[in-house]
Design a protein around this ligand. Sequence first.
Ligand SMILES: [Zn+2]
Length: 119
Amino acid sequence: MSGGKGAVGPRIRRERRTMAAMMRIYCRDQHGGDEPLCEECAALLDYAHRRLGSCPFQELKPACSHCEVHCYSAARRERVKAVMRYAGPRMLWRHPWLSLWHLHDKRRRVPRLEVRRRS
Ligand SMILES: [Zn+2]
């Protein structure tokens, strides 16, 4: 498939930005990291970015918390959930625009996986 780097659309790129912003908030407060993130958070972010790159929904992607395709391994999923729980509410102040987009995404219907069969 067309899985090269940089092949993702604006939707996925925005998700990546949101994810990176959340990780920065979390890492700075919890681990004293920031720019760059601590090693652990950098690895988690890298993983999340790769998962987004191979999300079968791509531009139709629902909010991850509503998605029925559990593409994260159980352990990573727990870690990312912790990051979101912590950074989510704080995002509103630092990145209001990204937060609003995220709320909007949460209201969108989860598409059926048939999208994938488009070739
Ligand atoms: Zn960290």
